[in-house]
Design a protein around this ligand. Structure first.
Ligand SMILES: Cc1ncc(C[n+]2csc(CCOP(=O)(O)OP(=O)(O)O)c2C)c(N)n1
Length: 367
């Protein structure tokens, strides 16, 4: 069962689990690039830890951790251009922050405040977080179709988990990408588990990348814990997509080191030995080891990075906790350009009821 994280021959990788170079680094991957990517992965790991702590102390709703997936999100974000569009799933925090979404906005979304999904201040035009499994793939194919019909040199990146590949939406989207040659890069974050369902019970194929054969698009399986492999595969796929050569499916092999969400307890269905084995493939540690052995990352640099990251996360948390609550009727505001009459009537009833409850001292009257 747990054999997919080893170095499968043919899987694209540059820096292995021990922090050793196994392939020549691609163009554009300098020491500075590696240090930036490393720093970002550390930032996201710390943000993730803080989000879980906020949930445990009643200051955050259900949160999907991206622990162990930092290289996937970072590699994608480093490869995308501003004009490209990200259609994320709920473990894409690392890409979103690289795309200009603030850490406060990330916390806001998972704190139940949809205004975090407006991404105010971000230069890019990405899509909001998607919780229904796999639906973002169809949205992305639609956006890619619009780009193609407008003749613009842009591409879409959409991500999903391994479990999502068992959903019709994902096949339908990929089929469209193939038949219409759409500029879309689909990344499967294969973290081995769909809540308690292991990868082996999701699908009978040997790899998830080979699902691309059925729809006639290019595909590649990569080491999803190697930020360089993710960057190189996504950058190549984006270049192909922007130049009219169609879509690519990338299977990024990784492992979910956390519970599925803060509402889950993975110890009920997963062996501790499997998780500790997976930690040996930690994407953050391997890049640190590589840089350290080159003399390009010191304990002093690590300390100052952690101090700087702590300061920026503390500020994001304070801003998140101090944000005035969202208006109660806000959730009705974004679906229709002009609110239909029945919804307008419901909105008025809601507002009248809140006014009544407030006048009664905040007691909710369910009658
Ligand atoms: C359409 C739909 N069905 C079911 C769910 C409940 N659900 C939430 S996460 C999840 C598993 C997803 O697994 P995977 O695609 O592998 O992504 P991962 O969470 O492991 O990253 C399910 C079934 C949902 N959110 N949407």
């Amino acid at each position: 069962m747990f054999d997919v994280l080893d170095q499968t021959p043919g899987k694209l990788g540059f820096i292995d689990a021990h922090g050793k170079l196994v392939n020549e680094l691609p163009d554009g991957v300098s020491i500075d690039w590696l240090q930036q990517s490393y720093q970002h992965m550390v930032r996201i790991r710390q943000l993730d830890k803080k989000a879980v702590a906020l949930q445990r102390t009643g200051q955050m709703h259900t949160y999907p951790s991206c622990l162990g997936q930092e290289a996937i999100g970072t590699g994608i974000g480093m490869a995308m251009q501003d004009a490209d569009v990200l259609v994320p799933y709920y473990r894409d925090q690392a890409t979103q922050v690289l795309r200009g979404v603030s850490m406060q906005q990330i916390l806001q979304v998972w704190g139940g405040d949809e205004r975090g999904n407006l991404f105010e201040g971000a230069a890019v035009k990405d899509f909001p977080n998607c919780v229904p499994i796999g639906t973002q793939m169809s949205h992305a194919a639609g956006i890619a179709a619009a780009m193609k019909s407008r003749g613009v040199k842009q591409a879409v990146v959409a991500n999903c988990g391994d479990g999502a590949t068992s959903r019709g939406d994902v096949y339908e989207a990929l089929n469209l990408v193939g038949v219409w040659q759409l500029p879309m890069v689909a990344v499967i974050n294969n973290n081995q588990w769909a809540i308690s369902v292991p990868r082996g019970l999701q699908t009978a194929t040997a790899t998830l990348a080979e699902k691309a054969l059925a729809v006639g698009i290019d595909s590649i399986q990569i080491d999803g814990n190697d930020v360089v492999a993710v960057f190189q595969a996504v950058r190549n796929a984006l270049t192909r997509a922007r130049s009219g050569k169609g879509g690519t499916l990338i299977e990024a092999v990784s492992y979910r080191l956390s519970d599925h969400t803060t509402a889950d307890d993975a110890t009920r269905y997963r062996e501790a030995s499997e998780v500790s084995q997976a930690w040996e493939y930690d994407p953050v540690k391997r890049l640190q080891t590589y840089l350290h052995e080159l003399g390009q990352w010191t304990p002093a640099q690590e300390q100052s990075l952690l101090a700087e990251v702590k300061q920026s996360i503390d500020k994001a948390v304070a801003d998140y906790l101090n944000t005035a609550p969202q208006a109660a009727d806000d959730f009705m505001a974004y679906v229709f350009a002009a609110m239909p009459q029945p919804l307008q009537a419901q909105r008025e009833r809601l507002l009248a009821r809140l006014e009544r409850d407030n006048a009664a001292g905040g007691n909710c009257d369910d009658s």
